[in-house]
Design a protein around this ligand. Sequence first.
Ligand SMILES: C[S@@+](CC[C@H](N)C(=O)[O-])C[C@H]1O[C@@H](n2cnc3c(N)ncnc32)[C@H](O)[C@@H]1O
Length: 213
Amino acid sequence: MADTWLSDTRSSYDTDAPGYAEKVRGLLDEMPHLRASLAVFAESVRAVGSGPVADVGCGPGYVTDHLHRAGVDAFGIDLSPEMVALARRTYPGLRFEVGSMTALDLADGAVAGLLAFWSIIHVPDHALPGVFAEFRRVVRPGGPVLIGFHVGDETRHTSEGYTGRPINVDSHRRRPDTVSGLLRDAGFTIDAELLLRPDEDVPGAVVFARRDT
Ligand SMILES: C[S@@+](CC[C@H](N)C(=O)[O-])C[C@H]1O[C@@H](n2cnc3c(N)ncnc32)[C@H](O)[C@@H]1O
């Protein structure tokens, strides 16, 4: 069977970009631990001498903007052209490009750091090692990587977007040790794993990693 996850994910976020943007508006204001994670990440970028930082699967761009206001030279990449268009309209001073984390249009070692917040959730297991290899390729040695994702063991299919329109996207929940293990295999050292809202139905996690030198 053809592997349609990329085209399904792209068209789903093209359909649901405004609904998703509305859903996550102000999210960081309610999540101090996530803001603290971004502050640690920004400090780690400064520690390696700064430089451009990719927000991969940036969606509407609010995390890119948060990093930029924290002094990080952040730019966004997203699979969905509609999401990128929305991010550009919302943050006209920032750079957003269409692209896929499966084959980033970046030179080896081009970025000082890389963040992927709740975007690897759409990558099926068979494609995740390739995505992490791609992250390692584009991050300079020692550069920090911050990965956010839903915690759990199952895959959830969503057939209706936030505005009620039909979409077709899978979201894969994973355990932090699974994600950390794959990052280690790809050539990263793990600095920390943070479990967010562990008592909720679907907790979140962020893994802090560094590209091996
Ligand atoms: C759940 S949203 C997260 C958006 C944003 N990072 C946030 O934290 O709100 C997932 C985003 O990842 C993007 N995405 C999914 N697969 C991708 C891929 N292969 N390459 C780049 N972006 C991807 C989607 O288009 C969508 O904007």
